[in-house]
Ligand binder design. Structure first.
Ligand code: PHE
Length: 361
């Protein structure tokens, strides 16, 4: 037997005899380490004349490969044995309660999540966020928005009024986010491009209505803004929000004192065994009110309707949240039941972004 073959046999025998990882590592170092036997042979190759290098090179390298393979195979055996030993000794008591780390327990309310989602989508389209107070004047909530005095629409809104002040005026809880349209036009010069998320109030309560609810308003004012722009914006919004490729929309004529023409927008959906899918299907779901800002409103806010025009829409945040995340009862949103929140809420550090995906996986 050649010296080479004998050395190989010895190393392979040592590998087979190694009882644990430490012993195996010692064998590896003795053969392939800096001062190992195989390493020494490899080093001699450089000193050989070319013909012998040609014949011995493959022999030594072949041996090195076989030694490496044997080492790897033995290591694998140790690993499997270790895993088996662990599985045999470990047991898990599945009846123990799960104890989550404190950072895991907190939950973000779905409304907060959805406000973050829609803000991310509209910010991407160049919208700023505008805000206004929950307690409004009659003039901003109705008057400047072209609701005539004693107009039935004021009663239709089921307004919560405060007691009248000595001068006869009375404050109210805003019934929609539209007064922030007025505040924005009174303080900013066009072009205006804002969304207005916020709390709104109406004296109403059942499975789909609560006295306090949330709306997001949109307002665009410029010289050439038209309904085609709005259609595109809403379409892009719904596709991004419901995370679908296509959204069928339907515009129906409607009436709001502050828009002309006014319309309601439905989006296409399919109802299937209690589940709703958006963007396709035979059904339509009413989702928002919209229109071109009425010239009287522009005028009331100091803008010349011959120079500027624009559009606005208002949409219920609670409703699109229920639709997207499949929540059946609006009232539960505001009951502060932690069991509800831990079921429907979102992990605090997974905030939604367009880059990483809006809703968590
Ligand atoms: N403010 C209206 C409502 O609450 C919605 C709306 C907003 C309609 C903007 C048209 C334009 O019902």
């Amino acid at each position: 037997m050649s010296d080479l073959a004998q050395l190989e046999n010895e190393i392979l025998a040592d590998i087979a005899a190694a009882a644990d990882e430490a012993a195996l590592e010692a064998v590896r170092v003795a053969a392939l380490g800096k001062n190992g036997t195989v390493t020494a042979l490899l080093k001699t190759l450089g000193t050989l004349p070319p013909e012998r290098r040609k014949s011995e090179g493959p022999l030594i390298n072949g041996m090195k490969d076989r030694v490496n393979a044997a080492l790897a195979a033995r290591r694998e055996i140790f690993k499997t044995a270790a895993l088996e030993a662990r599985l045999n000794t470990e047991s898990i008591d599945v009846t123990l309660p799960v104890r989550e780390a404190p950072a895991e327990i907190g939950r973000v309310h779905p409304i907060t999540q959805v406000i973050d989602e829609l803000t991310a989508i509209f910010a991407d389209m160049g919208f700023a966020v505008a805000e206004g107070p929950d307690i409004e004047t009659d003039d901003y909530n109705f008057g400047k928005l072209n609701f005539p005095e004693e107009h039935p629409a004021r009663a239709m809104h089921d307004t919560f009024f405060f007691d009248p002040k000595p001068d006869g005026t009375r404050l109210l809880l805003r019934t929609h986010t539209s007064p922030v349209q007025v505040r924005t036009m009174l303080t900013q010069k066009p072009p205006i491009r804002v969304i207005i998320p916020g709390r709104t109030y109406r004296c109403d309560s059942d499975q789909t209505h609560t006295p306090m609810f949330h709306q997001v308003e949109g307002l665009v004012i410029d010289k050439g803004s038209h309904l085609g722009h709005m259609k595109w914006i809403l379409e892009e919004f719904f596709k991004a929000f419901f995370e679908v490729d296509r959204v069928g929309m339907r515009f129906r004529p409607s009436f709001f004192p502050f828009t002309e023409p006014s319309l309601e927008v439905d989006i296409q959906c399919r109802r299937d065994k209690g589940e709703i899918r958006f963007g396709e299907g035979e059904d339509w779901m009413e989702i928002l009110g919209a229109g071109m800002v009425h010239p009287n409103v522009l005028r009331n806010c100091g803008l010349d309707p011959d120079q500027y025009q624009g559009f606005a829409w208002g949409m219920g945040i609670d409703r699109i949240t229920m639709l997207k995340y499949g929540m059946p009862d609006l009232r539960a949103f505001f009951e502060a039941d932690v069991r509800w929140l831990s079921h429907y809420g979102f992990r605090p550090l997974d905030w939604p972004t367009l880059a990483a995906g809006l809703s968590p996986p």
